[in-house]
Design a protein around this ligand. Structure first.
Ligand code: NAD
Length: 531
């Protein structure tokens, strides 16, 4: 149980950089040059030490904005190596479980300090490896730091004695204990923030943790592993497990030694993980596996007839197209009231036309590449097929070359069953529908299987209240953009097919990595034996 006098300063969100200031701009330019000089290094499994001998398991990670540029090589675990890694973490879990919460919290605080000290460098890696622009990359680093500091403070609260009742003659206490072994499986789109958030939550709760970055962002995963090691986390408490999800994931998920799985990614993979983890346990499995699965979205914004159109245009353009629409929270369906439809739609399209596309390394570019050739082909095909069925309002044609650049596309439809209205695309594609009433808007919002983010632009308090009650979304944003959740202020996560976890960056998150136990002690002393 935590010593009562151990305290941490109050949580504060990390402030994003202001690249309008020359100091921050110059630091970012230097970081980009510095990281550029480190491209092509090779990182090994476990702790991402740089190695000079590349073996056949080392996979290149390419810059999506310049596909002939290798960002780094990362050693991928094969099935055997991944199970050996699990064994190592499993063995150490018994020690890590007993490590004082204070020690774990201090290590996570140290990790936050390291990430903060390296913030420009980490942003630069993101610009190269996943095609973020400066601001998006910086926000990702800030969120990673926030997750560390926030979960450290949450653990501090949870590790203090929770007296549920003190009656004369009985002492009742609730306490939280690590589950054992954590398996983290992360996506590439918030390559540092989400990987850090899930990993740190598991570690600080006392679970020895294997963490697997997405293939596309393995180098950033390596950067996190190096920072974790530098912070002083003991060997065996963590394991950087790069590798192909499809090859190593199912066996790890099914393994009896795993106690808690934290997954963020697509619904199809998430659902397969939930299914595999729920299989009837073998003879050696200690309990039912806990699965936290944060999955996809098909997010809508309603523009009401009395909306402030200037505000709505800005917020919707940002929500739909920042990071090329590759955020789980991105806007992909716009439901616009018929009374403002024509003026809103024409201005939205004009605003989208002004977005400049090119590599994120150049701060003038607002739109970068999509993550890889698979995404590029999928998005191009989706657009080409939709063009045959729907009215195309705009498609960007003058695309840069050399990277995975796809057109920004805006369609119009009244058919809510159309695949473009129903399915997550994960690219800069928006469909607009005219609505005649708020009821119609709510029904359209709720017509999809996802429930992640949503928004409404309205000046009517009663309409806003109705939106809160009737829009089936995990995070509702009112008269503002629907992306960019901030730790503590906007605990993040959805329901329906968008997820089954408690909100990341919120007060309930850590409970999922812990087992609650209660002690009820008869304190009427009838004489004890001496120790
Ligand atoms: P993905 O599902 O393809 O991959 C996610 C991770 O799962 C990767 O590490 C991958 O290697 C691994 N994986 C793949 N197959 C596996 C298997 N069979 N078993 C175990 N692991 C496996 O997703 P992605 O393309 O990396 O990310 C994009 C998706 O993530 C989108 O659908 C997006 O909406 C979602 N997402 C959701 C949230 C949220 O908070 N709800 C946040 C970010 C991204």
């Amino acid at each position: 149980m935590m010593n009562e006098d151990f305290v941490l300063p109050a949580f504060e969100n990390t402030r994003v950089l202001n690249f309008a200031e020359s100091g921050d701009r110059q630091k970012m330019e230097r970081a980009l040059a510095d990281v550029h000089s480190k491209l092509g290094q090779t990182y090994r499994l476990e702790d991402a030490t740089i190695i000079t001998q590349r073996n056949q398991n080392c996979n290149p990670s390419f810059n999506p904005a310049q596909i002939d540029q290798v960002v780094g090589y990362v050693e991928y675990a094969n099935l055997e190596q991944s199970l050996t890694a699990l064994d190592k973490v499993h063995r150490y879990s018994k020690t890590w479980k007993k490590t004082e919460a204070k020690t774990r919290i201090q290590l996570v605080e140290k990790l936050a300090d390291i990430l903060e000290a390296k913030r420009f460098e980490l942003s630069a890696w993101m610009v190269f490896e996943v095609g973020k622009n400066w601001r998006e990359a910086d926000a990702d680093v800030c969120e990673a730091i926030d997750f560390c500091r926030y979960y450290a403070r949450q653990m501090l609260k949870l590790s203090k004695p929770h007296l549920t009742q003190v009656l004369s003659g009985e002492r009742d206490e609730l306490s939280y204990h690590p589950k054992g072994v954590g398996l983290v499986i992360a996506p590439w789109n918030f390559p540092l923030a989400i990987l850090t958030g899930m990993t740190v939550a598991s570690l600080v709760s006392g679970n020895a943790t294997l963490f697997k970055p997405a293939e596309q962002s393995s180098v950033i995963g390596a950067m996190l592993a190096r920072a974790i090691k530098e912070a002083g986390f003991p060997e065996g408490s963590f394991y950087f497990l790069a590798g192909e999800g499809e090859k190593i994931g199912p066996s790890l998920v099914a393994d009896e030694r795993v106690d808690v799985i934290a997954f963020t990614g697509s619904a199809s993979v998430g659902l397969s993980i939930i299914e595999t983890a729920a299989k009837k346990p073998g003879a050696h499995q200690r309990g039912v596996k806990k699965v936290i699965a944060e999955m996809g979205g098909k997010n809508a914004v309603i523009v009401d007839e009395d909306a402030d159109i200037d505000e709505a245009i800005l917020g919707c353009v940002h929500s739909a197209f920042s990071f090329q629409g590759q955020k789980c929270s991105a806007l992909s369906r716009l439901l616009v009231h018929e009374n403002v439809y024509d003026s809103f739609v024409s201005r939205f399209v004009e605003a989208a036309k002004t977005l400049r596309m090119g590599p994120g390394a150049n701060p003038e570019n607002q739109l970068g590449p999509v993550i890889d050739s698979e995404s590029q082909t999928r998005i191009e095909k989706t657009i080409a097929e939709a063009e045959k069925r729907l009215k195309l309002l705009y498609k960007k044609t003058d695309l840069p070359t050399g990277g995975h650049f796809v057109p920004l596309a805006i369609f119009e439809t009244q058919d809510t069953k159309d695949p473009i209205f129903q399915n997550e695309i994960f690219g800069p594609v928006v469909v607009i529908k005219k609505i005649r009433s708020l009821e119609e808007g709510f029904a359209d919002v709720n017509s999809v299987r996802y429930a992640l983010t949503g928004g409404i632009y309205s000046r009517s308090p009663s309409h806003i209240e109705r939106a809160k009650r009737e829009m089936e979304v995990g995070n509702l944003y009112i008269n503002r953009s629907i992306t960019g959740a901030v730790v503590e202020r906007h605990p993040f996560g959805g329901f329906k097919l968008s997820g089954i976890g408690s909100k990341a960056g919120g007060p309930d998150y850590l409970y999922q990595f812990l087992e609650p136990r209660t002690y009820s002690e008869n304190t009427v002393r009838r004489g004890f034996a001496g120790d």
